[in-house]
Write a protein that binds this ligand. Structure first.
Ligand code: DOR
Ligand code: ZN
Ligand code: ZN
Length: 362
């Protein structure tokens, strides 16, 4: 079975001062192993990606090291609205953090929010980490600026129901959800939809389950599934941290996810929870439309829909050698990837050198 090259619009690549967590080679290798041929990288890096100089550093690292295609988000800071808008065409979009999460990019106050919505070009995407009331705030700010906004990792019933209502009014609001918010609940146990499929999910300590937005309740998971039709994209929010960091006194939030996402969706398709067309719409067509991504000619993902397997964190391409889905009984696996006419992954190994990946904005 062949799928188009998949797009993950929400990946934390790290690199530079956090290369021990992940770098452009390991993140993009993990992407290919998960059938993803384009990743969009987040700016809550170290150093943070909030100006022309830091963007140049990450562009250089990506150009030298990436094995799949990519775009790079710019980060909204307290005082950079005008300056960052000048760089808009070098990035894939602007990322706003309205809630505290990993890194220091949380945007305080209303002034900066409005300033970014006013300054950023209307034809370039703005995406937001905006939970609960902040979902409403960011949608209003977008409306007042006469533009659209994309809501990252929707996790709660109230958020998805709000998005449904604003969409019914015709507003240009798009959204993504992550596998962990559809397959796991707050106690870090598998959600109901997957219980019959999960075999021996690893018992984690609470620290491993730390993620932002947090894992929610079964009622939230049920609401996300019930509102699948307003979900434009599946995104991993691949957020690699080492096991030592997760087991420390201050465990950072985030899960690696690139290598398990498509297999989880395929397993869910076997269980009748969604169709293959639903998956392609949210991992290819939807993100391509929202982020104006170019076509990747001669690109395809080979999947064995009937392969039964279980993720082993230590065997992943990502430097985060663990998975929240460790040991799950999955059905459906990536057996090869061809990107721009070149076979880049054979089901086990990456077949191209670092630097094969292209920046999708030129
Ligand atoms: O769990 C998370 N981890 N949520 C975020 O918003 C950031 C991410 C990270 O960068 O580790
Ligand atoms: Zn986030
Ligand atoms: Zn994120």
């Amino acid at each position: 079975m062949r799928l188009p090259g998949l797009i993950d619009p929400h990946v934390h690549v790290r690199d530079l001062n956090q290369s021990h967590k992940e770098d452009w080679t390991t993140a993009t290798a993990a992407a290919l192993a998960g059938g993803v041929t384009t990743i969009l990288a987040m700016p809550n890096t170290q150093p943070p990606l909030v100006d022309a100089a830091s963007l140049t550093l990450y562009e250089k690292a990506a150009k030298a090291k990436a094995v799949c295609d990519y775009g790079i988000f710019l980060g909204a800071g307290l005082h950079n609205a005008a300056a960052i808008a000048v760089e808009a065409r070098r990035g894939i979009g602007l990322k706003l953090y309205l809630d505290a999460t990993f890194g220091d990019l949380k945007l305080p106050g209303l002034d900066a929010l409005v300033a970014h919505f006013d300054a950023w070009p209307k034809d370039r995407p703005i995406v937001a980490h905006a939970e609960e009331q902040q979902t409403a705030a960011v949608i209003l700010a977008a409306q007042l600026a006469g533009r659209g906004v994309h809501i990252c990792h929707v996790a709660r019933r109230a958020e998805i129901e709000l998005i449904r209502r604003v969409r019914e009014r015709g507003l240009n609001v798009t959204c993504e959800v992550c596998p962990h918010h559809l397959f796991l609940i707050e106690s870090a146990r598998p959600a109901r939809q997957f219980e019959t499929l999960a075999r021996g999910a690893r018992a984690w300590s609470g620290a491993y389950a730390e993620v932002r937005p947090r894992l929610q309740t079964q009622a939230d998971v049920d609401a996300l599934w019930a509102n699948l039709d307003v979900i434009d994209c599946f995104a991993t929010d691949h957020a690699p941290h080492t096991m030592v960091e997760k087991e420390s006194q201050t465990p950072p939030p985030g899960f690696p996810g690139l290598e398990t996402a498509l297999p989880l969706w395929l397993t869910a398709a076997h269980a009748g929870l969604l169709s293959l067309d639903d998956i392609i719409a949210r991992m290819h067509t939807g993100p391509r439309r929202i982020f104006n991504l170019p076509e990747q000619p001669e690109t395809l993902v080979e999947v064995d829909l009937d392969a039964n397997w279980a993720p082993v964190g230590a065997r992943q391409q990502t430097r985060a050698a663990w998975s929240p889905f460790e040991g799950w009984a999955l059905r459906g696996r990536v057996t090869g990837v061809t990107l721009r006419g070149c076979r880049v992954y054979d089901g086990e190994n990456i077949l191209v050198q670092p630097g094969y990946g292209h920046n999708v904005v030129g």
